[in-house]
Design a protein around this ligand. Structure first.
Ligand code: AMP
Length: 390
């Protein structure tokens, strides 16, 4: 059993919350996408309403155990303050005497944001002493960083072993949707997998195949599957060492797996490329597949139309280039209008849905890229498992 925030007595308590504020920043250190900050608001607002003292902690980027000025959480504190219309006190460290002093003097409804946890290499090592120092700051631990629960770090596992712990509202929501998909999906259940590489998705395919009615494959990974069927894929992205495994997955999923039957091909990956739709499934040499083709889009729509549950991870083409985004966009728009459970994996797929302005039309868009993949692989996520044990 996992405790929810609502099970806890929070008034006047120092509540240490692991959030996922790992947001993209541009070269002027401006946040280019604040979805992860906004996703943490329900938990933070609830804690404020319950008159808790809120201590937030997160990582940002990969400073690899050193202080990197550009990876300070200062812009995040500013943005969070704007969203809450409230002062967020950002500290320049996440452990140590000064931090302890500030935290001791907090009043109910104060918010403190600790500095980037990964300025200490001990964070990713789940170091016992570092975990203890973090845990000392709070009386209760709340895990709300879905994007980090697939890692056994101090702020995801170490601290949870030392304090009474509960699940925040965002994490609760993520678990609810993924659990439903994996254990009690309504049928027909259709999975769409795309993205660059087969190697990232083998575990997901293995775990989903027995559960789904149909699996639609597009994006860069589809060419390795087509190669396994003996199809010529020209200069498309290929993982030759994965052709054999793709072949065995195709056998396992016979009758369920659908690959593109035509493609949008280009002579290079650039907005200025020459492009055309193939006649059939083959791709001539000198050309590479950059999106699913028109007939594949229609075929995929036909299957999706019947679905009661859809899970989608990985774009169907190189959607970052508008001329190659049609397949991903049309399928996203089609799903948007369907009345069924629609769960979107994090990372690039979530970015694509946001870029098409369709976020409100999905049942759930995960905030975790790696975490959502590992969830779909059926793996135990250490940051969730540790909450279950407590
Ligand atoms: P992933 O992180 O594995 O979900 O991959 C996402 C990336 O896959 C995106 O950046 C897409 O541009 C890329 N992608 C999608 N389709 C293709 C393709 N046909 N060829 C190469 N890369 C692709």
């Amino acid at each position: 059993m996992i405790y929810s925030l609502k099970d806890l007595e929070l008034k006047n308590k120092r509540v240490l919350v692991r959030v996922d504020f790992n947001v993209p920043l541009d070269k002027d250190l401006k946040i280019t996408d604040d979805r992860r900050i906004r996703a943490s608001l329900p938990t933070i607002i609830y804690l404020l309403q319950k008159e808790a003292k809120v201590i937030l902690m997160s990582h940002l980027g990969r400073p690899k155990g050193k202080v990197v000025e550009e990876l300070r959480l200062t812009p995040v504190a500013k943005r969070l303050g704007e969203l809450l219309n409230k002062k967020v006190l950002k500290l320049d460290d996440c452990i140590g005497k000064e931090v302890e002093e500030v935290v001791e003097n907090m009043q109910p409804q104060d918010i403190v944001l600790l500095e980037n946890l990964r300025f200490y290499k001990q964070e990713t090592e789940n170091d016992a002493e570092f975990s203890r120092q973090l845990a000392n700051l709070g009386e209760i631990f709340v895990q709300d960083a879905f994007g980090s629960v697939h890692r056994a770090h101090s702020s995801t596992v170490g601290v949870a072993q030392l304090l009474p712990s509960a699940c925040g509202f965002l994490l609760e929501k993520e678990i609810k949707f993924f659990q439903q998909i994996l254990t009690t999906p309504h049928h027909p259940f259709v999975a769409i997998l795309g993205g660059a590489k087969v190697s990232d998705k083998i575990g997901v395919i293995r775990n989903l195949l027995p559960k789904v009615d149909n699996l639609l494959i597009g994006g860069g990974m589809s060419y390795t599957f087509l190669k396994a069927k003996g199809v010529d894929v020209g200069d498309s992205r290929l993982e030759l060492e994965k052709v054999e495994i793709a072949s065995s997955l195709l056998k396992e999923g016979e009758g369920k797996i659908f690959l593109p039957s035509d493609h949008l091909i280009a002579d290079k990956v650039a907005p200025t490329a020459q492009i055309k739709n193939t006649e059939g499934v083959e791709i001539p040499s000198g050309w590479l597949g950059v999106d699913i083709g028109k007939r594949s889009i229609e075929r995929f729509k036909k299957i999706l139309k019947e679905a009661k549950t859809i899970v989608w991870n990985g774009p169907l083409g190189i959607f970052e280039i508008p001329a190659f985004a049609q397949g991903t966009k049309e399928i996203a728009e089609f799903i948007a209008e369907l009345d069924c459970l629609k769960v979107i994996g994090g990372g690039d797929t979530a970015a694509a849905i946001a870029c098409f302005g369709l976020e409100d039309k999905m049942s759930h868009i995960s905030t975790g890229g790696g975490a959502s993949l590992e969830y779909l692989e059926g793996k135990e996520l250490p940051g969730i498992a540790v909450l279950e044990r407590r």
